[in-house]
Write a protein that binds this ligand. Sequence first.
Ligand code: F6P
Length: 327
Amino acid sequence: MSKDIKRVAVFTSGGDAPGMNAALRAVVRSGSYHGLHIFGIKRGYEGMIDGDLDRLERSDVSNIIHRGGTFLKTARSERFLSAEGRRQAYQTLVAHDIDACIAIGGNGTFTGAHIMYEEHGIPIIGIPGTIDNDLFGTDYTIGFDTAVNTAIEAVDKIRDTADSHNRVFFIEVMGRHAGFIALNTGIGSGAAYVIIPESSRSIDNLVEELQMNARRKKLFSLVIVAEGSNLGGATQIAQKVQEQIDYYDIKVTIIGHLQRGGSPTAQDRVLASRLGDAAIHGLLEGRKDVMAGIINDKIAYTPFDDAINKTKIPNEDLQRLAEILAM
Ligand code: F6P
């Protein structure tokens, strides 16, 4: 166990994700349990540059486990992209005698953390907090389950009106360059078709499926589109399909930032609690420059370099399942 680490700063950065508050609570409570002094940095790397941080006690994280968003706030920092910005951020840590940091966020956050470690040697452990679930080294990221549940709830509602009017809906979900949210939303909502960046389905194939549905007198359909799909977003795909099938009444819904808010699901709260505690344990064991994740229900630490540069692919069984169940 490392004796050197006493003062730990935690922050949330990048896009917020439901469950970040639960992770912050776990970091503070687990850190306090182990006798550490925990500091909360506001607005991610922006606050680190500006010296915006305060001591967090156990009571400061009461009554937040169920809340969406992040009480420390978050930002996508342009200034941290420069060496000068990172130097100022490091000065803040030195000025407050911070021995180590815990970064809660996604790919961009960990890229910054990795560079910060390489340039200034400050031990940093990451906690995967992003609805996209696109980080290598963890089966799930905090916020993914809530986002999928939110998307499914929205698609269920669209299903009612799509059925009533015999319409085809193209529903776009988030995920940046990855299709995890779309795939799980598609399976969970019983969609007719799922379009994700990781699969090679084409507009022609989609048109064929829709025509086959029409021949079977299935006149309404739900198509889930990942925002990062190679075929374009829901609006573009809908246009291309409409050019080939004129008898369908086509509508587009973009669920958007609705997926980022709301009270975290039980799964996200438990995951966030486990990973918050794992980050503290990792630091006490002398780990640095790694992300704490969960693989096959066990805590696993993955170097930032792998977490950000290796690609996690959506489960191929799930991709097959989505196709089979839609037939
Ligand atoms: O990474 C989370 C995410 O919600 C992505 O799914 C999406 O592409 C992006 O962030 C949107 O970012 P912003 O809220 O900055 O527009």
